[in-house]
Design a protein around this ligand. Structure first.
Ligand code: ADP
Ligand code: ZN
Ligand code: MG
Length: 475
């Protein structure tokens, strides 16, 4: 960085788990239901109500831990995190403290510090305008969300730019989505991210004082917020001031950053072990069950496609993020694995251009058909231009590429007199191009090839046209 400072960023991500019921009671999880219809004495914190751990939430947490390469604690415990706020009816949040269920690990080039289970707080809604209560602005609480199972993932401070933060969170979201443990929707709050930001002189390995940007609710805001905070800190330090440790709010509309609370006001949560819950003791069966449900995840799939199939990093990444495309690609590859990269290009390029976000497995183009089309292309039985026309037909009507080529007369015109003849006519029609070509200006071949392609409706092999031009002009 030209400023001489390097940003250091660590992320804390809250992931709402997609269980049927809440973390410690039988209330249904819901998004979008009327307020306060999914509550009971446990999640309302009524005296005498006792929590019971949701086994499915533990199962999902284990899957997350495995996906992130974490160590799984044989025995982890819950703590009470005490603070007073209306979104927390018990006066404490049940969370994990010194023995989280998952610790260590990494995703891509970012190390994971820990991942632990906890319950979500209720949702505070600030009402003004027409929602005012007794003529006043007010805050109301929806306890439906209170008690939703969360996994909180904490990274090591390994991220070095706002763009990398966004990129990495995208990978994490896709990993969680493919695990099937969460809806991972930032706008709806099922994935929430806080960013810890500091700067230090380039070359230093000492951590600077960090600030914490709370609750960025989109990838764009995360990137912009972190960007703005890095700039703010650099400007501070360059003007001789110091970064103060505090919790900040980034306003995406104005782009401004304001203080929520400083270190002096920081909470003392008075953690102590939750006396109403037994420790979570992992059994072989629990671990085996979580492992059995682990799909191949984006990072592994991308690595496998690059190293085993020799795909480009771009193709591998696209398939990593689009499991439907990856499954389709593998089905096509099983039909014919001679041209993995060409097949990948046609699926990720031409096919996606025609199907958009739709799963190709639901389209009329069978994996066998795309594999055959690529084989025809590879053997030069069709040209790329003609293959695109065949693909149009496949998308519209399905069918078999060989038969379509036959029926529509789309086969390539390669050797033989037919193509030589068209090339001859092309050269006769354009003496000035011929002159330039003879003078060594090979760019002049453009109009000649264009003529041939028009005449043959795109069925001429470009390489062959090139060869014939040189042959006929004696170049
Ligand atoms: P706290 O005690 O304030 O919660 P932690 O050490 O638990 O801080 O770290 C919380 C998050 O902040 C982690 O994601 C961590 O990687 C990150 N972090 C810690 N120190 C720094 C720093 N100096 N700069 C940027 N991020 C940091
Ligand atoms: Zn409940
Ligand atoms: Mg912490």
């Amino acid at each position: 960085m030209s400023s001489g400072y390097e940003p250091v960023i660590g992320l804390e991500i809250h992931v709402q788990l997609r269980t049927k019921t809440k973390m410690f009671c039988g209330c249904e999880l819901s998004f979008g239901d009327p307020p306060n219809v999914h509550t009971c004495p446990v999640c309302l914190g009524l005296p005498g109500a006792l929590p019971v751990v949701n086994a499915r939430a533990i199962h999902y947490a284990l899957m997350v831990g495995m996906a992130l390469g974490c160590e799984l604690a044989p025995r982890s415990i819950f703590h009470r995190k005490n603070y007073f706020y209306p979104d927390l009816p018990k006066g404490y949040q049940i969370s994990q403290y010194d023995i989280p269920i998952c610790s260590g690990g990494n995703l891509g080039d970012v190390r994971i510090h820990r991942a632990h289970l906890e319950e979500d707080a209720a949702k505070l809604i600030h009402v003004g305008g027409s929602g005012r209560i007794h003529g006043a602005d007010a805050s109301v609480v929806d306890y439906n969300r209170g008690g939703t199972p969360l996994v909180e993932i904490v990274t090591e401070p390994d991220v070095r730019s706002a763009a990398q933060a966004r990129e990495w969170l995208t990978l994490l979201r896709e990993t969680l989505r493919q695990l099937g443990v969460s809806d991972v929707n930032m706008e709806e709050g099922s994935l929430r991210c806080d960013a810890n930001v500091s700067i230090r002189p380039v070359g230093s390995d000492v951590l600077g004082t960090k600030t914490e940007l709370k609750n960025m609710n989109s990838f764009r805001f995360l990137e912009r917020g972190v960007e703005a905070e890095i700039a703010r800190q650099i400007a501070l330090v360059q003007s001789g001031e110091e970064v103060v440790q505090e919790t900040l709010h980034y306003d995406p509309v104005s782009g401004s950053i304001s203080s929520l609370r400083s270190k002096e006001e920081a909470h003392d949560y008075r953690y102590f072990p939750e006396p109403d819950l037994v420790p979570v003791v992992l059994t072989e069966a629990m671990i085996a069950a979580a492992r059995a449900e682990l799909p191949e995840l984006p990072a592994q799939r991308a690595a496998r496609y690059e190293s085993q199939l020799g795909l480009s990093a771009d193709s591998a990444r696209l398939f990593a993020f689009r499991a439907d495309l990856a499954h389709y690609f593998e089905a096509a590859l099983a039909e014919d694995d001679a041209n993995a990269q060409v097949l990948a290009n046609w699926i990720s390029g031409e096919l996606v251009a025609r199907l958009g976000d739709d799963d190709p497995a639901q389209s009329k183009v069978t994996p066998a058909a795309i594999a055959q089309l690529v084989a025809l292309l590879h053997s030069r039985a069709v040209t790329p231009g003609a293959a695109k026309q065949v693909l149009d037909r496949l998308v519209a009507d399905g069918g078999e590429p060989g038969a379509i080529v036959e029926a529509e007369g789309l086969g390539a015109i390669g050797g033989g007199d037919e193509l030589a003849d068209v090339v001859r006519r092309a050269l006769e029609s354009d003496p000035s191009a011929v002159e330039k070509l003879k003078a060594g200006n090979m760019k002049a071949i453009g109009p000649i090839v264009g003529f041939v392609m028009r005449e043959t409706k795109g069925r001429a092999d470009g390489g062959e046209v090139n060869r014939l031009v040189r042959e006929q002009l004696g170049l």
